[in-house]
Each structure stands twice: as structure tokens, then as C-alpha cells.
Design a protein around this ligand. Structure first.
Ligand code: FES
Ligand code: FES
Length: 155
């Protein structure tokens, strides 16, 4: 079936089965490989993208469930003011280790900051708790979220 998709502000098309997970469409059909496959079972957060601004797990979201909603992936998050500050903080604090989980971490961090513009450590820990990092970069993730929050506040 043919699907018209709004991704990172562009109109794209994909011809796939209705039950194809969005992650497969992004990576295999549309060559947007920034979003990663981790567990494939909604457990790790590596595949997090935004659907109308809300974080979803693209590994368990069938393409047929997207409808007219807008998708944002890591490739498009710098167009968002908060996304830009988060990416800058990630670079300044050198957050990634192997990097594999980090696109999902950044997408989750942007959502967290939209909900809590000045999050406490506890809000960060609970908001980010479902995004796993095998390299245990959790300390730097937390510091980068605080730094991004301050940068957004300062404008
Ligand atoms: S790959 Fe989707 S949550 Fe792990
Ligand atoms: S940086 Fe390696 S899994 Fe998170």
C-alpha cells in the first residue's frame, strides 16, 4: 500500500505493507538511518522518534497507525529550537560513547524539555528511564539536559 508521510517537514511516500513498523520504513525504504534498531520490542528507546511532537517507539508502531501525523526524526530535530540546544549540549559535553543509543536519547531529551523546561534530576531520571544505554552515559546525559535547559532559557 502507498503511504504519504510528512517527515522532517518534507512530504515523502512509501509503498509498504500496512503492518510494517515505522522504523523499517524510515531506515530501509527512506534511507533515514539515524534512528536505530535496538530491541525491536519497545524496551530500549533506541528507535524513538516524534509523532506530532510526542515520543513514540518506531519499532512497534505500524505505518498504518501514522495517518496524517507529522514525524520528526533525529535528522530533522535541529530545526526545532529545543532540539538545536540539546544537540549543542550533547556535543559540548561529549555525551556519546559508542553512540548507538544517542539518537533515541536526544529525541527523548527534547520531549522531556518540552514537558519540563527546567527539569530536576528526578524528572530527568524518570523521564529518561526507558532509554537504555549500554555504555552507561547516564551522568553525561543528565548534565547535557541541564545545560540544554539553561541554554533554552537564555535564548
Ligand atoms: S528498538 Fe524500539 S524500543 Fe528498542
Ligand atoms: S553510547 Fe553506547 S549504547 Fe549508549
Amino acid at each position: 500500500m502507498k503511504y504519504a508521510l510528512s517527515i522532517n517537514g518534507k512530504q515523502l511516500q512509501a509503498e509498504v505493507d500496512p503492518d510494517t513498523p515505522l522504523l523499517w520504513v524510515l531506515r530501509d525504504t527512506l534511507n533515514l538511518k539515524g534512528t536505530k534498531f535496538g530491541c525491536g520490542m519497545s524496551q530500549c528507546g533506541a528507535c524513538t522518534v516524534h509523532l506530532d511532537g510526542k515520543p513514540i517507539r518506531s519499532c512497534v508502531t505500524p505505518i498504518s497507525a501514522i495517518g496524517n501525523k507529522s514525524i520528526t526524526t533525529i535528522e530533522g530535530i535541529s530545526a526545532d529550537a529545543v532540539g538545536q540546544k540539546v544537540q549543542q549540549a550533547w556535543k559540548i559535553l561529549d555525551v556519546p560513547q559508542c553512540g548507538y543509543c544517542q539518537a533515541g536519547q536526544i529525541m527523548a531529551a527534547v520531549s522531556l524539555l518540552k514537558q519540563f523546561p527546567q527539569p530536576t534530576d528526578q524528572q530527568i531520571d524518570s523521564g529518561m528511564s526507558r532509554n537504555l544505554c549500554r555504555c552507561a552515559t547516564y551522568h553525561r546525559i543528565r548534565a547535557a539536559i541541564h545545560q540544554a535547559a539553561d541554554a533554552v532559557k537564555e535564548g
